[in-house]
Design a protein around this ligand. Structure first.
Ligand code: CO8
Length: 292
């Protein structure tokens, strides 16, 4: 981790003078990769939590093409990093992400969108095998809400606002908003949000099942890190199996899903970590997982 990147993070935590953050972050790099729109770091006591902070504060972290390409690079790097067992995606206190970059999309034609499969690379977030936590402060709108919903767990700051306002721009959600939101909060609320563009608060998001926990704004990232460390300290191999099994619930019938779960459960018996976990319990000690 480059010293400059650390400096950007420290500056962000200690000052609200955003231009400094921006300047420093422009040179943020991890393992040789330069990031213009992200701060990328490894955090936690064992440096086993991958940390990605969206860093386009002047545009409220609007998701421009360059940012999403960098997101994919950072995710690929963490996916291939054996030390990393969980990933956090966050923004700043005002905005997680205010959606796809409207200025970038404004003049696109249907032919360009369809022909070029516009924004298809956004899907990478949902195919990562390691668990991802979205830590959402401020606006999570349009593609920002969709980005959070592609993650596995959503933690929200007290002032977070979630919405799919695409209808107000004469379009519809295009990165899973109509599908994941409906599965998370049910038809009535999803329809209301998608058809009116109205936002919901963190409290409403919690009540409707969109987010799992709410924290004071300034504690959000710390709590997400705590959750990330808990996950990363378990067997990474078995966590990937567990994530795959939960995700299957969105695709399969109950009978098929339960059968799939059973196969995964059986498969854990082929791992050293399953043996270690149960042996450690019987011997009344902490398990020492080797991700094997
Ligand atoms: N795109 C580009 N720039 C943005 C965006 C955005 N989504 N959101 C905010 N900005 C910019 C503003 O233009 C402004 O820039 P400037 O200072 O240069 O004018 C700056 O951020 C600050 O914004 P505001 O002055 O508007 O700040 P406010 O605090 O007054 O308002 C809001 C904040 C309410 C968040 C407001 O900015 C807003 O409504 N933003 C747009 C939200 C929105 O409509 N999002 C949905 C976008 S469409 C989308 O996400 C579709 C995804 C489809 C994916 C398809 C995959 C295949």
């Amino acid at each position: 981790m480059a010293a400059l990147c650390r400096r950007a993070v420290v500056l962000f935590q200690t000052t609200k003078t955003l231009p400094y953050v921006l300047t420093a972050a422009r040179k943020c790099s991890t393992a040789g990769t330069q990031y213009n729109y992200l701060i990328v770091d490894k955090r936690g006591e064992n440096k086993n939590v991958g940390f990605i902070q969206l860093n386009r504060p002047k545009a409220l972290n609007a998701l421009c093409d360059g940012l999403m390409k960098e997101m994919n690079q950072a995710l690929d790097a963490f996916e291939n990093d054996a030390q990393v067992g969980a990933i956090i995606i966050t923004g700043n206190e005002k905005s997680f992400a205010a959606g796809a970059d409207i200025k970038e999309m404004q003049n696109r034609t249907f032919q360009e969108c369809y022909g070029g499969n516009f924004l298809s690379h956004w899907n990478r977030v949902s195919t990562v095998r390691k668990p991802i936590i979205a830590a959402v402060n401020g606006f999570a709108l349009g593609g920002g809400c969709e980005l959070a919903m592609m993650c596995d767990i959503i933690y929200a700051g007290e002032k977070a606002q979630f919405g799919q306002p695409e209808i107000l721009l004469g379009t519809v959600p295009g990165a899973g908003g109509t599908q994941r939101l409906t599965r998370a909060v049910g038809k009535s609320l999803a329809m209301e949000m998608v058809l009116t563009g109205d936002r919901i608060s963190a409290k409403e998001a919690k009540e409707s099942g969109l987010v799992s926990k709410i924290f004071p704004v300034e504690q959000l990232v710390e709590e997400a890190l705590r959750c990330g460390e808990k996950i990363a300290n378990n067997s990474k191999l078995v966590c990937a199996m567990a994530k795959e099994a939960v995700n299957a619930a969105f695709e399969l019938t109950l009978t098929e899903g339960s059968r799939f779960e059973k196969r995964i459960f059986h498969a854990t018996f082929a791992t050293d970590d399953r043996k270690e976990g149960m042996t450690a319990f019987v011997e009344k000690r902490k398990a020492n997982f080797k991700d094997n």
